[in-house]
Design a binder for this molecule. Structure first.
Ligand code: HEM
Ligand code: HEM
Ligand SMILES: [Fe+2]
Length: 449
């Protein structure tokens, strides 16, 4: 911690960890429902649990991105955050809106638009809160003593994510139009502007952890940004195959989305190459694990498993099945879950002054979550392939098929238990670090690291 306002990040990280833990609870609820233990019915239906699970995911990731920004921007700008007070107000308001939304879901106050379930009145509060956040970060950069590519790409990513939230708020009576613009949020976030946030945070971590020259790392950041836009924007077409849009989307969506893995492959090679080039090894090795792990797992989950169902010839069979859930889990985990955990692992010793960076708990958290996630992805894959075959090739009834594949959810629960054990170790570590301290600022070993 070189600037005292960087400690704001801690409170965002703590909220993110809490929401992450809660997300897992809803994942288990769904998995148990799937194998016949429907203990919560009719108070909590499967579809409500699903909306809560995915919304908690988005909210903890966004909270993590905000924390990462409050940590990274002061350092990259060589000054304190514009207003510390505003940051705390913004966090409290964010939590209040989030809690209201999630509570409301339990009373069926949500819209049936996957991932955008937040009722429109609450959307306005989300927008106000994000404006406060962007204002605070923007003013810090405006008054900065230094500007860097990393800092500007991060800000541009955050700003465009905010702007892209707006098309999801327009009301359409036509379902095709509603779907069309829903993807501007859902797709252009994870396969567009969030990748800028990812690229810039990886750049920051690589600069800190490998000691390779900033010029070299940031030069490649431009290449990543270029590849992302080249493929990701028109790649949106892979969601326009069968929703009532013109036929040319089959060709455009197929070609451009097939190029999307290049950006993720680029990030993986970039992270590995920078690691191999590194002259010095930063003492925080476990943060390097998360950083490089993120770059690699995102290529497998988003790039490879995304490609697996992106061509129209494949997608016409797999669309909306558990194949989507297979890809969704590893992509979100690899690209954005691991990214947030990488920043947290890097920042915690700096904020608290405690150097728990190489103990066993940290490594076990890394391996258990990742091996668990590979297992979960496998369970969804076998369930998904069976579903496609039975339901779409043989033409069996949807619900009969769901019963046939229930057995694979036992496998999911086993793998998810290993994943959750890893997550619990991560939470334990987080708690063990404790809260921000003043000593962290005067620790010279930390300042130089
Ligand atoms: C980190 C990046 C990514 C994340 C987090 C992600 C996550 C997701 C999620 C959650 C869905 C379900 C969306 C919904 O139904 O509302 C989805 C759908 C899809 N994704 Fe990705 N994805 C990523 C990257 C990619 C890439 C690079 C490709 C292609 C190479 C791809 C191909 C697809 C396709 C074709 C679908 C539609 C599935 C269907 O028809 O049901 N994704 N993705
Ligand atoms: C305890 C661990 C977890 C369990 C048991 C679990 C289980 C589930 C289940 C059963 C579904 C619904 C699939 C269906 O439609 O039947 C689901 C959806 C989803 N989960 Fe999880 N999950 C867990 C952790 C996670 C994590 C860590 C992430 C991301 C980092 C995640 C991201 C998602 C996403 C994106 C969807 C929606 C997929 C789609 O669009 O089809 N889950 N999860
Ligand atoms: Fe997409």
């Amino acid at each position: 911690m070189k600037y005292k306002s960087q400690k704001i990040a801690y409170y965002f990280f703590a909220v993110a960890m809490l929401l992450f833990a809660l997300q897992l609870v809803y994942g288990f609820i769904m998995a148990f429902y799937r194998i016949g233990f429907e203990f919560g019915h009719p108070y909590l239906t499967f579809n409500t649990a699903r909306a809560v699970h995915t919304n908690l995911l988005i909210v903890w990731l966004l909270t993590g991105f905000m924390g990462a920004s409050y940590y990274i921007i002061p350092e990259e700008s060589e000054r304190e955050i514009y207003s510390e007070k505003l940051a705390y107000i913004q966090l409290i308001a964010w939590v209040l809106v989030g809690v209201t939304a999630i509570t409301g879901y339990h009373f069926n106050w949500w819209e049936g638009r996957k991932f955008l379930e937040i009722p429109r009145p609450l959307d306005y509060l989300v927008v106000i809160d994000i404006l406060l956040f962007l204002f605070n970060i923007g003013m810090t950069i405006w008054k900065a003593n230094k500007h860097s590519t990393t800092q500007l790409v991060l800000f541009f990513g955050l700003l465009s994510a905010a702007l892209l939230y707006l098309p999801g708020m327009v009301w359409f009576d036509n379902q095709t139009l509603d779907s069309f613009y829903r993807w501007w949020v859902v797709h252009l976030w994870v396969e567009g502007v969030w990748e800028l946030i990812m690229g810039s945070i990886l750049a920051y971590l690589l600069i800190k952890l490998t000691g390779v020259d900033r010029e070299v790392i940031e030069k490649w950041l431009y290449v990543i940004v270029g590849l992302t836009f080249l493929s990701g924007i028109l790649g949106t077409g892979h969601h326009y195959y069968f929703i009532g849009t013109p036929e040319y989307w089959l060709l455009i969506g197929g070609i451009f989305s097939a190029l999307e893995p290049l950006a993720f492959l680029g990030m993986a090679l970039w992270a590995i190459a920078m690691y191999r080039k590194s002259g010095r090894i930063h003492p925080n090795k476990i943060s390097l694990y998360w950083t490089i792990g993120c770059a690699i797992m995102s290529f497998v989950g988003a790039g490879f498993l995304g490609f697996a169902h992106t061509l129209p010839q494949v997608n016409k069979w797999t669309h909306g099945t558990l194949i989507t859930a297979m890809h969704g889990h590893m992509a979100f985990w690899g690209a954005y879950g691991m990214l947030v955990l990488a920043v947290i692992t890097y920042a915690m010793p700096m904020i608290t002054g405690r150097k728990l960076w190489n103990d066993m708990i940290g490594y076990l958290a890394f391996w258990f979550t990742n091996i668990g996630m590979v297992g979960m992805t496998g369970a969804f894959a076998v369930a998904g392939i069976s579903q496609v075959y039975l339901e779409r090739k043989l033409g069996l009834d949807f619900l009969i098929v769901q019963k046939e594949i229930a057995v694979h959810f036992i496998g999911l629960i086993l793998a998810a238990s290993l994943f959750s054990l890893g997550a619990i170790l991560f939470f334990y570590h987080f708690i063990k670090y404790g809260i921000p301290t003043e000593e962290a600022m005067s620790d010279t070993e930390l300042q130089e690291a």
